[in-house]
Design a protein around this ligand. Structure first.
Ligand code: PAF
Length: 274
């Protein structure tokens, strides 16, 4: 496995197809599933690349950035064990000029849900993802469906800016008790960790509701606990991410919840009713 820290090191030619898995490290089984999907897409002769970069410009809270786990040696060992060909682990200084002044802004899908409570977050995501696409020029990039809104925004950016990359989505991986895998889970206290599976239970049970109000009320009742604080809960159109009233179209029930200062997100697709 080649480990590159300087963007200039990505200019060397690689075997195609090149499949990129962008991450912020603290790799867990969810990431490893994306990596395995990437290998499937690349084939044995293609190149699988992983970027590990805790992107400072997508954090809206300095404390969240400071507390974000960064076990780089562990991550590289996991990449080696997965047969990754290329790992890119730049420092922030190598990615951003001190006087950088160009940002990618998405103006529709990024407004609701996480965008409403994390100002600037998706601008930071779009900017770094476009930079990674420009640096690697991957044929394919793989993203997880846990970040449903992120995936929709990246697809929109690729479409609107004619970025020549195919986006592959991979379903959310869950712990045996249903909690969506996340690099932030390790920051939960044992008590919070034991409470957190209620998110998935709540969303998947409520998805069977008959109306928007019924679904949202059921989900809210089941999510709230003395240990958490709801950031948002919304039922949105699966394509536009606008609040959904028409259940004849596919929708997504999405939530973000704080346990202390650890913010967890999850979502549940709700099939269209006929
Ligand atoms: O999903 C993530 O881990 C990040 O938002 C991403 C896509 C790697 C951009 O920093």
């Amino acid at each position: 496995m080649r480990v590159v820290t300087d963007p200039a090191g990505l200019r060397q030619p690689v075997a195609r197809p090149l499949v990129l898995v962008p991450t912020m490290g603290a790799l867990h089984e969810g990431h490893l599933a994306l990596i395995r999907r990437a290998r499937e897409a690349a084939g044995p002769e293609g190149t699988v690349a992983v970027s590990i970069f805790v992107n400072p410009i997508q954090f809206d809270r300095a404390g969240d950035l400071a507390a974000y786990p960064q076990p780089l040696d562990d991550d590289l060992a996991k990449c080696r064990a997965e047969g990754i060909d290329l790992a890119f682990t730049p420092e922030p200084d190598a990615m951003y000029f001190p006087d950088r002044s160009v940002t990618v802004l998405e103006n529709s899908l990024s407004k609701p849900l996480c965008g409403a409570t994390r100002p600037g977050h998706f601008d930071g995501v779009c900017t770094v993802v476009l930079k990674l696409f420009n640096l690697f020029q991957p044929d394919i990039a793989v993203f997880g469906e846990k970040d449903y809104q992120q995936l929709a925004i990246i697809r929109r950016m690729v479409r609107d800016l004619d970025v020549p990359v195919e986006i592959l989505a991979h379903p959310t991986l869950r712990e045996p008790d249903g909690l969506a895998m996340s690099s932030r889970n390790v920051r939960l206290t044992p008590e919070q960790r034991a409470d957190a599976p209620r998110l998935h239970r709540a969303l998947s049970d409520a998805a069977a509701g008959d109306t928007r109000d019924d679904i949202l009320e059921r989900a809210r009742d089941a999510i709230e606990s003395p240990l958490n604080r709801l950031d948002y809960l919304e039922l949105v159109d699966a394509e536009t991410l606008q609040p959904a009233t028409d259940l004849k179209r596919p929708t997504v029930l999405a939530t973000a919840v704080f346990y202390g200062d650890v913010r967890l997100i999850d979502n549940q697709p709700v099939p269209a009713v006929s």
